[in-house]
Write a protein that binds this ligand. Structure first.
Ligand code: PGA
Length: 240
């Protein structure tokens, strides 16, 4: 595992963007899984900045989201799809045909999960899974105790995650009780993982991950032993 500690929000975002840009330089038609949350916002901004300068080309890539709220339409501003359009995809010039975002309100949510898996498989799997980390150790919406195999599926959300996500919204949005998420098996199958960790609430989850002992109570530890993990973490979280 490669570990990079960065100081401050700008350095964190720039380092993450440089890492993603390196992947695109090696493989322009990269298939990428995209996270939602506060952590990747700076990465998206920095990546768009690099693209505007011509330092990276994102338009040959294929993009998938990691997860979505069940029951929330993409057009709803609270959806993860809307978040990704707002912060990244909408300004990227990436053709819509190269973007597949989960439909949380799909009439047949199981079929939607299978369609997501099939779309990723059609690209030969994920080249790069960009992941944030939940305070409880979750990756995407794989909560503590989640199985470590399998593809996209529907999951109940923990109260902790629902409360953390409600804080993103100033309005009275009720975070749904279920999500749809790429499974841990699918994430582990990604050729490369970029794990982004910032925020004081992540200290314990990061410490458990760095201890390197696989434990289903901490989903992120499913990545221990993956052949290509890059961790970019805020140095404020560095122990000792
Ligand atoms: P955050 O969420 O980036 O908003 O902290 C991370 C996550 O829960 O995966």
């Amino acid at each position: 595992m490669q570990i990079e500690w960065t100081e401050g929000e700008d350095a964190f975002a720039d380092r993450a963007a440089a890492h993603v840009a390196d992947h695109f330089a090696r493989k322009p038609a990269l298939s990428v899984a995209l996270p939602t949350g506060m952590t990747p916002v700076g990465l998206y901004r920095a990546l768009l900045g690099r693209a505007a300068e011509g330092a990276v080309s994102l338009t040959a890539g294929h993009y998938f989201n990691l997860d979505e709220y069940v029951g929330v339409p993409q057009a709803d501003s609270h959806s993860f799809a809307a978040f990704l359009h707002r912060h990244f995809l909408g300004q990227s010039g990436i053709p819509a045909s190269q973007i597949r975002l989960l439909r949380g309100d799909a009439p047949d949510i199981q079929a939607e999960a299978r369609a997501h898996d099939a779309a990723v498989a059609a690209r030969g799997g994920l080249d790069l899974a960009i992941l944030g980390l939940g305070a409880n150790g979750h990756i995407a919406f794989n909560e503590p105790g989640a199985p470590w195999d399998g593809g996209t599926h529907v999951v109940p959300l923990t109260d902790e995650t629902r409360a953390a996500n409600a804080a993103y919204f100033a309005d009275a949005f009720t975070v749904p009780e279920a999500g749809i998420t790429m499974g841990i098996g699918m994430l582990r199958a990604a050729r490369h993982i970029l794990l982004l960790v910032s925020g004081a609430a992540k200290a314990q989850a990061l410490e458990v991950f760095l201890a390197g002992r696989p434990d289903p109570a901490w989903p992120v530890t499913a990545l221990c032993g993956h052949p290509s993990v890059t961790l970019i973490a805020d140095s404020a979280l560095r122990a000792g």
